[in-house]
Design a protein around this ligand. Sequence first.
Ligand code: ATP
Ligand code: MG
Length: 457
Amino acid sequence: MDIKSFKVSNLGRFQNLEAVLAPSPLSSGNVTVFIGNNGAGKTSVLMALATSLSWFVARLRSEKGSGSPIPEDVILNGKTSAMIDITVLDEQEPSSNPDADISDHIYHWTLTKTTKGKKASASSNLQDATRLAESYRRQLTSQDTTSLPLVAFYPVERVVLDIPLKIKSKHSFFQLDGYDNSLNQGVDFRRFFEWFREREDSENEAGLPDDILEMLLKSAHEGSDVWHQLQKMKVSSKDRQLTAVRTAISSFMPGFTNLRVRRKPRLHMSIDKGDETLNVSQLSQGEKSLIALVGDIARRLAMMNPSMENPLKGDGIVLIDEVDMHLHPSWQRRIIQQLTHTFPNCQFVLTTHSPLVVSECKDALIYSLNDGKIFQVPSQYGQDANTVLLDVMDTHIRNAHIAEQLNDALDSIQNGFLDTARRQLDALTHLLPSGNLELSKAKLLLRKQELRHAKNL
Ligand SMILES: Nc1ncnc2c1ncn2[C@@H]1O[C@H](COP(=O)(O)OP(=O)(O)OP(=O)(O)O)[C@@H](O)[C@H]1O
Ligand SMILES: [Mg+2]
């Protein structure tokens, strides 16, 4: 299931805004990235998509379910009604018509909101959201191992990795629970924790406890028949869904393995980082935020694809606001590639402020939002961060005051005011780090001019 395109009217700061999303003829990948200044409307776009999709999810959960309405304060100031229009492609259900073409798999619905007390100028039409949900419900009824599409929105408030102090003693998890709070809350770590514990319990019931298995493996002669049997037992007793989550986390964060729930000294979640075992609450903000995000996507995919050998290959739509949040530049560089590699069948709609994310987008569709309008940005794949800052993000690549002083010094050299240039470069020497490349270049240029000047005397 993919969002093909959307249109919003009188919503947030936009009067009219429409765009197609990747994959599309504009880009074969499955990532669309929105960039733009603070207040450009990136979050508004993602919220609009989440609001619209919430109606499909609600109708999947129950026939007459209601999704989230457009909040009244989102209606463009001075206007009386807002509209979100979405076109979705879903090819999951085979069409009963052998001559069917792609248009049979296109679903299109409209959500509107009018200010209280005002006359509505347009009305919602959610028939296709219902039709799409019904097609999944039909498949679920005939076969309860049917996969469901993941639909999730991760807002900036997503880093909630606090372990709940009180959790339900036992909670049953059903496939549809994969949608719990998936569009309104971001990471639901309480559920993650409860789910993880429940899966681990059934994993432990299915075989020997991990520590005993490890002990036996250590005492068996490596390569012997017993050793092979124990290894096989270790693999088969692992829960496929938990394995999916652990694999996803390890692939994003090499060196982090063996996420598990510990009962003592009190209930907590631990993970091995290299040789060290840590409580997840001891991890850094960036580590926590990645574990929370990746763990949540993987858990939901695992729940929604109960019969898939590798649930990480499940289908879905994932919206992430400020995907670079809390990440070190080297992780920012890798995040898109990791997401598409780990979750290859999900469509991603992301926002970012990071030139590093933008320059790593190989097949992504990039849009820049500016002054209520949308512009497609040519691929920046392989560009250096400075070029992206200058060309796409409309930002200086260095401190404006230093840039001005450097320019003044270069002008002085150019115009032959060598004494002035020397003074200006001396001043900069005190301000900049010793190996500054631009300063070294300017000094070299000055030296050349001085030599030329001396020759001419
Ligand atoms: N009802 C409204 N009418 C007019 N403008 C609005 C309305 N609601 C929000 N805005 C404008 O939309 C902007 C908020 O947009 P949004 O939060 O989507 O920006 P953003 O691109 O996500 O910014 P940031 O990078 O800071 O997160 C605000 O700056 C505000 O000016
Ligand atoms: Mg925002």
